[in-house]
Design a protein around this ligand. Sequence first.
Ligand code: AMP
Ligand code: MG
Length: 344
Amino acid sequence: MKHHKFAAFLAAAALLAALTSCAAEPAPQTASERDVFAMDTFMTMKAYGDGADKALEAAEARIFELESELSVTEADSDISRINSAKGAAVEVSPDTALLVGAGAQYWQDTAGALDISVYPVLREWGFTTGEYKVPDSSTIAKLLKNVCGGEISVSGSTVQIPADSEIDLGALAKGYTGDEIMAIFRENGVSSGLVSLGGNVQALGSKPDGSDWRIGIKDPFSPDENMCVVSIADKAVVTSGNYERCFEADDGKVYWHIIDPADGCPADNGLVSVTIIGSKGLQCDALSTALFVMGTDKAQTYLADHTDVEAVLVTDDGRLLYTDGLREKLDITGDMPSEVIARD
Ligand code: AMP
Ligand code: MG
């Protein structure tokens, strides 16, 4: 009898051990990671799941493919061929046609705030080379005559712009690249992933433990620190900030790389940082630039009418404005006063 009881006790203990080991936390998955320097940007990617290494390999190849099509400096890129075509129609890749078409569409949708043909003005300020200067007003006026967002046409795989105009996709390319990486991650069976492409962060799914990714948003007045953290899954978080590419001129003023097509000068309409959060990287990228140009009032009106994205705006007088959909998702870590942007 005694023996029987002891055997039963051992069996019960073994069962308990088996059950406990089943119930124990699964070992944390390790991420596969890859860093890439492309599009003038230091990019980091991490992916979890069986296909992670293959996905990262394919994502890297895709980034370089996009760079070679969209670069404004590589002489044989689609964009360089469009810019030197003197008004002729140019045959381009599906990526380029899609992005130039998106540029034309967002020009319309944002009342000209996003204008991919602002490039010659941007170059005159030195933002393309780093040889910064404040152009004189007659030069800007002359260059503005060829800023022509409404005259860009895409038909199938051909793009046509006016003879004296030039375009660049700096405001859109990284957002689209993020979308393309997410598609590659999905196709390769990645269950969870995160990419950071300069001011663009994009997540596939949630963290491997099922919790949201927590993405810091920089304080534009102190860019080494975050002003808030947003919790997301399956979303892009794209920021346009006045601190990203800027210079102080002899006049003591600071000038930055987002140009207001209305006057050819760095957009100075009350905002110093715009973050857009949504499910499409391309849309978030286009709108982060466009709402920065629109400024405090028009950006809030736009957001009231477009509830498919959320936003965090920072005004030049130090207020943090955010859309109501972020109430449960935003941790404000700095001491900036905040207000909710009203939407119907
Ligand atoms: P982002 O960092 O996405 O706001 O994009 C800024 C980049 O877009 C600049 O570095 C320029 O290459 C380009 N850009 C600047 N101003 C505009 C504008 N108003 N519309 C379209 N592209 C612009
Ligand atoms: Mg942008």
